[in-house]
Design a binder for this molecule. Structure first.
Ligand code: BGC
Length: 374
């Protein structure tokens, strides 16, 4: 593997706190927190890179956060069942300080459900990558709590994975919940079929008028996070016609010059191209190629384009959150520079997604049917 891959592992290890949490970005004060969303993908990348102890420590960190908030989780479930409205004090936060405490109250939206689904998915992947270990009772109790919480709250609107649009129910968010609950079922044998069936139906109904998944129900616009509906959450297969059409729309409307943007109207730092999303697209192509060997040649080329684009944007082997090129709204770049300074770099989630891309495009993953490949 190349220098950027090796350096990515080091950057993640260097920035894992003693407590086990991963800081989102060490050089960007606003991101001095650990998010379940970012952290779960980072832990998955560490498992793929055979850094299992790092992944284990992260999962333990998450379990501690969830278990110490057991009463809050139980109370919020009862409130939702009773038809009562939840407020900020009733919910699990989306990000925590590395010492495990909640961030400043009220200064940043916290009601985001996708990260808990992503965590259940990553925990199951951790178990699959380490079949010899038995997950601790603490981990399993935290997984039970997270699954109960999600199966009750999934129906509520919440902020999306970009921490925006709190009044909507977002396809990516409920897909993460679907993927998390399916993974939880594989891990523990306990399933929530009514919820997972309802989520899948809701996603398919939402796609119907357009023939592809959409960011909001009243427009045909897409969001790069829709990639997750197939990879990794598996609501549909990578070669499902709805998914193929979704990716066609993503390529046509938000992939510019090789870099993938979050969505066409994104104005955060002007709306640049994100490293982690470009890697995610390459990962999707890899899974599509594994499912459809007949498409392999063309997909190989597309995967290579994603890899080269990322590699050529690394700055001294640091991968930032986004690259300020082909901006959706150039005038907003300085607004954010004035507010929060330079774009976050390195962003651990970017490094994680690059590791995932590199490992999942190894021949043994691209050609799972060929048993002779290591
Ligand atoms: C992104 C989130 C991410 C956070 C930390 C925010 O700007 O919208 O998805 O979890 O940064 O990386």
């Amino acid at each position: 593997m190349n220098n950027l891959y090796q350096r990515s592992i080091e950057i993640i290890l260097e920035n894992q706190s003693e407590s086990g949490g991963y800081i989102a970005s060490p050089n960007f004060p606003t991101y001095h927190y650990c998010w379940f969303r970012d952290g779960s993908f980072i832990a998955y990348a560490m498992d793929l890179a055979e850094q299992h102890e790092s992944a284990r420590r992260f999962h333990q960190w998450v379990a501690d956060r969830v278990n110490e908030r057991r009463d809050l989780v139980r109370a919020s479930i009862l409130k939702v069942r009773a038809g009562e409205k939840l407020n900020e004090a009733d919910i699990l936060h989306t990000r925590y300080r590395l010492d495990g405490t909640d961030g400043e109250p009220g200064n940043w939206p916290n009601f985001q459900l996708d990260g808990f689904g992503t965590w259940l998915w990553a925990l199951n992947e951790h178990q699959k990558q380490n079949p010899a270990i038995r997950l601790s009772q603490e981990l399993l109790s935290a997984a039970d709590l997270a699954a109960d919480y999600l199966s009750e709250l999934w129906i509520l609107p919440c902020y999306d994975c970009w921490e925006e649009f709190p009044d909507n129910i977002h396809p990516h968010t409920i897909a993460a919940i679907y993927g998390g609950l399916m993974a939880y079922s594989e891990l523990t044998g306990k399933s929530h079929p009514l919820v997972t069936d309802a989520i899948r139906d809701q996603l398919l109904v939402g796609a119907k008028p357009f023939g592809h998944f959409v960011k909001f129900s009243d427009s045909s616009a897409v969001d790069a996070s829709l990639l997750a509906l197939a990879v990794p959450y598996g609501v549909v297969a990578p070669d499902d016609p709805i998914m193929l059409k979704t990716v066609e729309q993503i390529e046509a409307t938000i992939l510019h010059g090789g870099g993938l943007h979050r969505y066409a109207k994104d104005s955060y730092y002007g709306g640049g191209a994100w490293i982690l999303l470009t890697a995610w697209l390459g990962w999707y192509y890899a899974e599509l190629s594994a499912a459809r060997p007949d498409l392999e040649a063309g997909l190989k080329q597309k995967i290579r384009t994603c890899q080269t684009w990322i590699e050529s944007r690394a700055d001294m082997l640091f991968l930032p959150e986004q690259i300020s090129e082909n901006l959706n709204f150039p005038t907003y770049f300085s607004t954010w520079m004035d507010r929060w300074g330079e774009v976050a770099s390195p962003l651990l989630w970017s490094h994680a997604k690059y590791i995932i891309l590199q490992v999942r495009t190894l021949p043994r993953y691209l050609n799972p049917q060929d048993k002779n490949i290591q």
